[in-house]
Design a protein around this ligand. Structure first.
Ligand code: ADP
Length: 462
């Protein structure tokens, strides 16, 4: 129902609060009313009953079944007693004829009811004033010889009716007041939500800089604002990275194309000798190869963007996988006359994706060989530490400067290129390593010193 009303959050809180308050107040009011009604009722009945017993004492009967009222006695008491509420008394004989009555009745009479109503409190009226009366038979030797009626005005009872009206009027007023108060406080406490709405309205794809001001109280809304802000940070970073990647990719793809185009344009300007043609064509083929490799790597990066479903877990014999990959690069290591040594403490098996782990290892081996100096040493270790299997690959080559170390996993980043312009690369290998290791929950650590060497550690959880 509340949903159908389409109330604002603030009004909904106030509304829910009011419903529970209404039930509670209603119960309290009913209780108060019933208690007051019961005690006023009881009080009137007690007073009437007191009067009845007093007046019964004023009656005496004789042997002829006529009874004598000590009129003087009860009239005297009538005059002396200071009663706030007037008491009406009337005596009837057994035939229903009046014997005597209190003077305050004047011309009026109290109604003698049939015997079924004897000794019962009955509400009636006298001169349109509401009264409560009780009648009791006057007995002589267990024989009814007359009736005594005592009545009292019900003015006291009016207090109950007044109370009823007061409660009826105050109930909606209290609820209205509570609703307004609840609405005010609800509005105040959800003010940060309003700020969140306003701020989020300002945030667009092109304006991701705005952040939600944090509320003063460290409550749930503070945590919500903080979470939204950190989400915005991550989105902004992702978008920035995406923009950067696209810009870098197009630049990196265009460069070899421009180089090839330039070379060819120079080549056709005038006739050249065969050797010159061969040299330029070889150069272009190398550039095309580089371009090909880059496209392959870009496709690989795109393919494994958060694609957990493509991961095929199987048991991998790690020692063999490393040696296989090493063998693929044997030509290169021989060319540079590198001393490649393996130190495997035992046979290691892991549960992972063979193809993807193989890409990680081959990239690291390729780099270690590529960035090693001629005749350098490359050491591969495989060992276990607690519940981790650690593969390290260490070279003694060009190394990475401290300021570049945290950027080498970024796409297209190539560190200290001017130090070693002869070493070609795309800057994509390590970003592929990073993406795949994230996908497979593998930790990669790097330790390097410029001109001394680099050590990559690949940590597999057992
Ligand atoms: P690249 O194709 O340039 O090798 P990578 O993503 O594989 O791209 O590596 C990024 C950068 O990290 C490289 O340009 C290089 O500067 C540095 N790097 C990676 N591995 C090594 C290493 N073993 N020794 C020195 N520098 C390295």
């Amino acid at each position: 129902m509340i949903k159908a009303l389409n109330l604002s959050f603030k009004n909904r809180i106030a509304f829910n609060y009011i419903i529970s308050s209404a039930v509670f107040i209603c119960i309290v009011f009913i209780f108060i009313f019933q208690v007051v009604k019961y005690s006023v009722n009881n009080h009137i009945n007690e007073e009437i009953y007191d009067e009845l017993t007093k007046h019964l004492d004023d009656v005496s009967t004789d042997d002829n079944d006529t009874y004598l009222i000590q009129v003087d006695q009860w009239r005297a008491r009538e005059h002396n007693s200071i009663s706030v509420n007037p008491v009406f008394v009337q005596f009837y004989d057994v035939n229903g004829d009046e014997i005597d009555k209190s003077p305050n009745l004047k011309g009026k009479n109290l109604t003698l009811l049939d015997e079924a109503n004897n000794d019962k409190f009955v509400n009636s009226s006298l001169n349109s004033i509401p009264i409560r009366q009780i009648q009791t038979p006057i007995l002589n030797n267990n024989k009814v010889v007359g009736f005594l009626i005592v009545a009292m005005s019900m003015e006291d009872f009016e207090i109950v009716l007044i109370l009823k009206n007061i409660l009826y009027i105050t109930f909606p007023l209290i609820l209205l007041l509570l609703f307004l108060i609840a609405r005010f406080f609800a509005g105040r406490s959800i003010k940060p939500v309003q700020t969140i709405i306003e701020t989020s309205n300002q945030i667009t794809r092109d304006n991701l800089k705005t952040r939600i001001p944090l509320p003063q109280n460290k409550d749930e809304l503070y945590i919500l604002s903080e979470n939204i802000n950190s989400l915005l940070n991550r989105i902004e970073n992702a978008i920035d990275r995406e923009k950067q990647f696209t810009a870098d990719a197009s630049h990196e793809l265009r460069t070899p194309l421009a180089v090839i185009k330039g070379t060819m344009e120079v080549l056709i300007r005038k006739p050249r000798n065969e050797e010159e043609y061969k040299e330029k064509i070889r150069f272009c083929v190398k550039e095309v190869d580089r371009l090909n490799k880059m496209i392959d790597q870009l496709l690989l990066l795109a393919r494994f963007e958060n694609q957990k479903q493509n991961v095929k877990l199987e048991s991998i014999y790690l020692n063999a996988l490393i040696l296989d990959n090493l063998a693929r690069f044997s030509e290169k290591s021989e060319l540079k006359k590198l001393k490649v040594k393996t130190y495997f403490t035992e046979d290691f098996y892991i549960q992972s994706d063979t193809y993807l782990v193989s890409i990680i290892i081959s990239n690291l081996i390729s780099n270690a060989l590529k960035y090693s100096n001629d005749r350098g040493e490359v050491n591969l270790h495989l060992h276990k530490q607690q519940n981790e299997i650690i593969f390290t690959i260490e070279d003694h080559g060009v190394g990475i400067s401290e300021q570049s170390l945290n950027k080498i996993f970024n796409s297209f980043y190539r560190s200290d290129v001017s130090n070693h312009p002869e070493i070609k690369g795309t800057g994509l290998g390590l970003s592929i390593v990073k993406r795949l290791s994230d996908l497979l929950n593998i930790k990669i650590l790097v330790d390097s010193k410029l001109n001394q060497g680099t050590k990559f550690s690949v940590i597999f959880k057992d």
